[in-house]
Design a protein around this ligand. Structure first.
Ligand SMILES: C[S@@+](CC[C@H](N)C(=O)[O-])C[C@H]1O[C@@H](n2cnc3c(N)ncnc32)[C@H](O)[C@@H]1O
Length: 281
């Protein structure tokens, strides 16, 4: 477990006791998240349940076990959409994938999306790969795993039903090829859905997902997850993720996330401004 200064940052033990209760029941340690974010998100649950303070809410949580899912839902921010930061996907298609395919010809291409929310990111990668493979007329084996700590998000990811809001960056031709519109929602076709495995996994465990079998990946996406962690946790998670990337493989971070300078000895920017980092040693 990672320890942080969260404990020292609170005026009373009630918030800490509440977080310990969540950790005991669900194994998620929210004390490694930025305390300000946690407090703001908790406030929403206090307001929704009519509880005046953390201690009362803690009692409410014990008496109403069903509230736990609502709390976790509130503490985890799951905004995502297909082809988020399209430039990153273009860079992958034009530069990164050809290099990786060339370097690892006979290998199964292994991609891990850590903090995948409701599936938009791993499915975008699956679509990208499907189209790349078709264009290049190649037939590599591909394994894509999407992981998250929000079980409801993972269930929704498996359903693969999306509103138009999630699809604003999807080009018309791509939408027509891979989605079916019904009752106001877009359903991703089975061919793409079947390319992605979803599993529960906490990146702060500093281990690869068991369901992935592998511990060495060609591509790891961990975008817009670390921004919610305290700096020390960010570094530990990045250090661990970088250890699961093969040489010449890439790590993708979110637009507002940075690689710690000490890790840049092992990585180089694959392309400027993409937050795609290639492992060089
Ligand atoms: C803002 S979303 C990012 C989704 C996607 N990566 C993207 O950039 O569009 C952050 C996701 O990280 C997940 N998350 C938060 N803490 C996590 C942890 N410790 N381990 C794995 N996933 C986590 C949240 O549940 C949420 O689904």
């Amino acid at each position: 477990m990672i320890t942080t200064g969260f404990d020292h940052d609170i005026t009373a033990g009630s918030l800490h006791a509440l977080m310990e209760h969540v950790r005991g029941l669900r194994g998620i340690d929210f004390t490694v998240y930025k305390p300000g974010t946690i407090r703001r998100r908790l406030q929403l649950r206090l307001a929704a349940t009519g509880m005046p303070d953390y201690a009362s809410y803690h009692k409410y949580l014990i008496e109403n076990p069903g509230e736990m899912d609502a709390l976790i839902d509130s503490l985890t921010i799951k905004v995502s959409y297909f082809f988020r930061n399209p430039f990153v996907f273009e860079a992958l298609h034009e530069f990164v994938l050809p290099e990786i395919m060339d370097a690892f010809k006979d290998d199964t291409l292994r991609i891990w999306c850590a903090g995948c929310a409701t599936g938009e990111e791993p499915y975008s990668l699956a679509i990208l790969l499907k189209e790349f493979i078709k264009k290049e007329a190649i037939s590599p084996k591909v394994f894509i795993i999407g992981t998250d700590i929000d079980r409801q998000a993972l269930k929704d990811a498996e359903k693969a039903l999306y509103s138009a809001d999630s699809l604003s960056e999807v080009k018309k031709g791509c939408l027509d090829r891979h989605f079916t519109f019904k009752d106001g929602l877009y359903r991703l076709d089975e061919e793409i859905r079947s390319m992605v495995t979803f599993a529960y996994h906490d990146v702060t465990d500093l281990s690869p997902p068991r369901e992935g079998i592998f511990s060495d990946y060609h591509l790891i996406f961990c975008r817009n997850v670390l921004i919610y962690f305290e700096q020390d946790t960010c570094k530990k998670v990045l250090n661990s993720l970088s250890g699961f990337i093969l040489q010449s493989g890439c790590l993708a971070l979110g637009e507002a996330e940075a690689m710690p300078p000490e890790l840049m000895n092992d990585f180089e920017e694959a392309l400027r401004k993409t937050k795609l980092f290639r492992r060089v040693k």
